[in-house]
Design a protein around this ligand. Structure first.
Ligand code: NAP
Length: 527
């Protein structure tokens, strides 16, 4: 097997809408899966025509509710639908379904014979949509009804350990065509690393906005039908299965088509690890530098789970984010001086078979600040650090290194004091009464609280402070790209920046640590 194929799951209510999706994504996909269980009932009668309507191989799937689909009409009706999909097969195989998905407990010999006779390959599947499947290497020997079938196993992991087990089990599978998927948030790596797993294909969904478009059209169409129609679907139905990525992200963020058995894996761990820009930063770097590596999200509830996963996949560089930056410490054999000073580890590496931790946030911030201010040190600069959480610890360390004098303001004043004492800075409670102190430390204001991340009206950590227009404001938040505070400062004539360059620099520093190669010049890269 060269590489896994990318399959787009089609879950629109009409064949015409499915064809539109195929057209839109055809440059990024190798085949499609027609989810007949998502089609309106009148459209289900027309499925035999579908392979002739597109230019790609198609899987015929009628997924039952119990397996995570929408089909509720019983096995008799489902058998008739399968027969419809296989009927009038032609010798031109492109006009037939290339594959048919039949579950392990579904056995209709006449259908199977009909499929084989005209070159439609059977995918024999097992789904557990609520719990993990563990004995995978044994199951692949017993699930297929005959040796020419592809064995598909899809399950819902409860923890990252269930996913780690899938990789362990996959290594034991020999000479058997398989499709292996861990669904949901924990299973996202299996969607990206299908080629490493030896999975014949990975399933993808259209981007959310294309599915909303589909559903809008569907709502209009369905409003013309009887409200009792069985074909009415849930308006909020989106991806075909939990955890699927869209084909464009898979190709362009994760370089899917260049991943093979030998591709080196790096990643970022945290929980819940909802949206992370780190894969984009690292994967662009590998592509530019021609490094055979991929960087993936690794959601893990505990640092131990993350490190076990890393051991199984031979990952030697792991970025760490909330909430594991502090809690990963006991699992590491050694940490750097800066990680020790900041009390937080965002970078973990395997060296001489031991885990070593360091922190690139402080240097990343420092680099971004120097770019922003256009000067290399903060002598004669009085700095206000707003907040005393994890980001503030990295910021305080960098300000000390750059020779600035700072005062730390925080809602919980004890935390401000503890951090300030470490660097011989001043501290104060974040409150209107201390506005006069803030004014004294206002050459450079560095905002490190999380308040500005929300679109709320009161998302301003220093509403009592009036900008004079001479201050420089660095807000470490990067989403939104402009916080309420930044907007207010800018309107008063201040120079402002957000935390995006800090994020990029901490990532490029990790890139060098993980690969030994300098990150490519940032100019011209679309990150
Ligand atoms: P954290 O450790 O949880 O600290 C949160 C800080 O915000 C604390 O100082 C906390 O004050 C303060 N805070 C939260 N809600 C508040 C409220 N309603 N009123 C007043 N103060 C409030 O979080 P973190 O890891 O430092 O992250 C903070 C922000 O920095 C996040 O937006 C994160 O995305 C961003 N960040 C950016 C980068 C980057 O590369 N650009 C890197 C790291 C973090 P108390 O101590 O009183 O609770």
């Amino acid at each position: 097997m060269l590489r896994s194929k990318i399959c787009l799951c089609l879950t629109a209510p009409t064949l015409e809408q499915d064809v539109k999706l195929v057209e839109k994504y055809k440059n990024w996909i190798d085949l499609v899966e027609l989810r007949v269980d998502c089609l309106n009932q009148d459209q289900q009668l027309l499925i035999r025509e579908f392979p002739k309507m597109i230019d790609l191989p198609a899987i015929l799937t009628i997924r039952r509710k119990s397996d995570g689909g929408n089909y509720t009409q019983g096995e008799g009706a489902r058998t008739v639908l399968f027969a419809k999909g296989l009927s009038f097969a032609t010798l031109d195989q492109k006009k037939n379904f290339a594959y048919i998905d039949m579950e392990e407990d579904f056995s209709i010999p006449s259908l199977e014979e009909a499929a084989r006779a005209f070159g439609t390959r059977i995918i024999r599947s097992v789904h557990n949509i609520s719990a993990p499947i563990t004995n995978i290497s044994e199951l692949v020997k017993t699930i297929p009804h005959s040796s020419d079938e592809i064995c598909k196993i899809a399950f819902m992991p409860k923890t990252l350990s269930d996913v780690t087990n899938l990789y362990r089990e996959a290594k034991k599978i020999k000479n058997q065509d398989v499709i292996l998927i861990a669904m949901g948030h924990y299973g996202v790596s299996t969607r990206i690393l299908a080629s490493k797993l030896g999975s014949l294909l990975t399933f993808t969904s259209p981007k959310q906005e294309d599915l909303i478009f589909t559903n809008k059209e569907f709502q209009e169409a369905s409003s013309l039908q009887s409200p009792n129609s069985d074909s009415l679907k849930n308006e909020t139905q989106t991806s075909a299965a939990p955890g699927q990525l869209d084909p464009i992200t898979l190709s362009e963020v994760y370089n899917f088509k260049s991943i093979n058995k030998d591709t080196k894996v790096f990643g970022v761990t945290g929980f819940p690890l909802a949206a992370t820009k780190s894969p984009l930063i690292h994967n662009i770097g590998y592509r530019e530098k021609g490094i055979d590596a991929v960087y993936i999200p690794i959601p893990a509830a505990t640092p131990q789970d993350a490190l076990n996963f890393a051991e199984e996949l031979n990952i030697t560089g792991l970025s760490v984010t909330v909430p594991h930056k502090e809690t990963i410490r006991p699992y590491l054999s050694q940490i750097s001086e800066v990680a020790d000073a900041i009390g937080s580890t965002n970078t973990v590496m395997k060296q001489d078979n031991l885990w070593y931790g360091t922190n690139t946030d402080a240097t990343g911030f420092s680099k971004a600040l120097i770019e922003f201010l256009g000067k290399k040190n903060l002598r004669f600069c009085k700095v206000a650090i707003i907040g005393a959480g994890g980001a503030a610890k990295a910021v305080a360390n960098a300000i000390r290194e750059l020779g600035g004098k700072a005062c730390i303001f925080n809602r919980t004043v004890e935390k401000a004091k503890e951090l300030a004492l470490q660097y011989k800075f001043k501290w104060a409670e974040l409150s209107p009464q201390n506005n006069y102190i803030l004014e004294k430390y206002s050459n450079l204001i560095i905002q490190t609280t999380s308040i500005g991340m929300t679109p709320k009206e009161d998302a301003d950590p220093i509403p009592f402070y009036t900008f004079k227009g001479t201050e420089s404001l660095f807000d470490v938040i990067y989403e939104p790209a402009e916080t309420k505070l930044m907007k207010r400062a800018k309107e008063s004539g201040c120079k402002t920046t957000n935390g995006y360059r800090m994020l990029i620099h901490q990532g490029t520093l990790q890139f060098k640590l993980y690969t030994g190669v300098d990150y490519p010049p940032l100019e011209g890269l679309s990150i």
